[in-house]
Design a protein around this ligand. Structure first.
Ligand code: NI
Length: 177
């Protein structure tokens, strides 16, 4: 049975390590970690979560956007586990968008990201997948990819004035909806 895991909060050293590649995606420990990540990210209303956020320094994350109370305008996508992810190409064009993080509760920041990216990863069956993402999906992938490199979204802010509390953020998106 999958279990809800505790989410590492900013300050935990595991969030600042470069995660290790996974040698065997079919390892039962990796498969049960993926199951735990899926229930943990859904319970927390997240749109993605990376293994280091569950105190596992492994190159693995879940991308699982859907519209919810934390991200009312997110697109919906079947949750996908991405193992040993790589970014193959990025657009020169950047786009700023508001991000939050389950490891940094209560804050949102306006983060510049590449608008389009091409990526490669192993799915949970160990099959090699290639994909292109743009907009919100590209943003979620880049945010989670940062986590397996030991980087968090506040590192990428251009200006601390582009931070706000989650409460004010949600108030502003509701008033513009
Ligand atoms: Ni995060």
């Amino acid at each position: 049975m999958p279990i809800l895991r505790q989410i590492a909060q900013l300050g935990q050293p595991v969030l600042r390590n470069v995660a290790e590649k996974i040698a065997r995606p079919d390892d039962p420990a990796v498969q049960s970690l993926i199951d735990d990540m899926l229930v943990t990210v859904a319970d927390a209303n997240g749109v993605g979560i990376a293994a280091p956020q569950l105190f596992e320094s492994l190159s693995l994350f879940i991308v699982a956007p859907y519209p919810n109370s934390r991200y009312p305008h997110a697109p919906a996508m079947e949750p996908a586990a991405m193992i040993n992810p790589e970014i193959l190409w990025v657009s020169d064009e950047m786009e700023k968008g508001w991000e939050g993080c389950l490891s940094i509760p209560g804050l949102r920041g306006l983060v510049p990201r590449h608008k389009r990216i091409a990526v490669r990863y192993l799915d949970r069956k160990g099959e090699l997948r290639e994909a292109e993402y743009e907009g919100f999906l590209a943003r979620v992938f880049q945010h989670e990819f940062d986590h397996v490199q030991g980087v968090v979204f506040i590192d990428r802010l251009e200006n601390t004035r582009e931070l706000m509390t989650e409460k004010e953020y949600l108030r502003s998106v509701q008033s513009h909806a």
